[in-house]
Design a protein around this ligand. Structure first.
Ligand code: ZN
Length: 291
């Protein structure tokens, strides 16, 4: 059976990636719009889908959060109480389903990316595969035997607390916790600390070292709790040269010999910037497969 043709929406905090296809090697149309106010942003995505609606079987949406994933909740498919201005309590999946008249699968952006990498990329051989994005924010998605983990709401891996080096003068940027994973390692945190990106400083600079150390500590904790077979790190900060190699060294330091990890335990996304929309395609196809 050939893979179903579906629409894919990756809704991020700064841009919304839209695509039509059956997988990452068969993208038949794509478009990127800025994430502005909810009304115009969702309208742009719907307009794209409607212009390419011939033969579409379903739509997959992978969204920034927090989101409601509970199918029995009337707010399923909504962004709930986000700190992003004007986006709290916004219907995403229901709006697309109503406009298109076809079924919509919905999950977090990172669960979508994890599923995309599991289906077609770097997590393909991993019964437990973890995807982390480090960019404007930090988030993580876990796919176990091909199914994204939801749990009570969905994981919020970006807000792990970090034991900060007492010599580090930087206090972190998270409005909830200051020095959590996101507050120390996200793109805005790095910019607040350095005044530039991580790529702009020397690999052995102490300030880069603090960021990598916080990353390693977070990865060690996630490795101990979730026991993933591999970790993919994507997002803008993950494009820093040598980041994945340095992350392995820092993670080993924080594991302190308690659990060993291979040199290919932490890798970049094999699907590159297509991990998210590929995941949205996989979400829609998996929903159709269980019908
Ligand atoms: Zn936080």
């Amino acid at each position: 059976m050939s893979a179903a043709l579906v629409g894919a929406i990756e809704l991020g905090g700064t841009k919304i990636n839209c695509a039509i296809g059956t997988g990452p090697t068969d993208i038949r149309a794509e478009a990127i719009f800025p994430t502005n106010d909810p009304r115009s942003t969702i309208a742009a995505a719907i307009d794209f889908l409607q212009r390419h609606s011939a033969g579409l079987k379903a739509v997959g949406v992978a969204s920034f959060g927090p989101v409601c994933l509970d199918q029995n909740n009337p707010k399923w498919g909504y962004i709930t109480d986000t700190t992003k201005p004007n986006w709290s309590d916004t219907a995403i999946a229901p709006a697309i389903r109503n406009a298109m008249g076809i079924d919509v699968a919905f999950d977090t952006d990172v669960n979508g990316a994890a599923l995309g990498e599991y289906r077609w990329g770097a997590l393909a051989d991993c019964p437990a595969g973890l995807y982390l994005t480090i960019g404007t924010g930090v988030g993580g998605g876990l796919v176990i035997d091909g199914k994204p983990l939801h749990g009570r709401i969905h994981p919020e891996m970006g807000h792990l607390r970090i034991k900060r080096d007492p010599a580090d003068p930087f206090g972190g940027t998270c409005p909830f916790h200051s020095d959590c994973f996101e507050g120390l390692v996200s793109g805005p945190a790095i910019m607040a600390r350095l005044g530039c990106t991580l790529s702009d400083v020397e690999r052995d600079s102490p300030q880069r070292g603090y960021v990598i150390d916080a990353l390693g500590q977070s990865l060690a904790t996630l490795t101990l709790i979730l026991s993933p077979h591999r970790v993919v790190i994507g997002g803008g900060v993950a494009k820093t040269p040598d980041l994945h190699t340095d992350a392995i060294v820092a993670t080993r330091k924080w594991l302190s010999g308690y659990a060993t990890i291979a040199d290919d335990f932490i890798v970049p996304p094999q699907l590159g910037d297509y991990a998210g929309v590929s995941g949205a395609i996989a979400l829609a196809q998996d929903m159709l497969a269980v019908r």
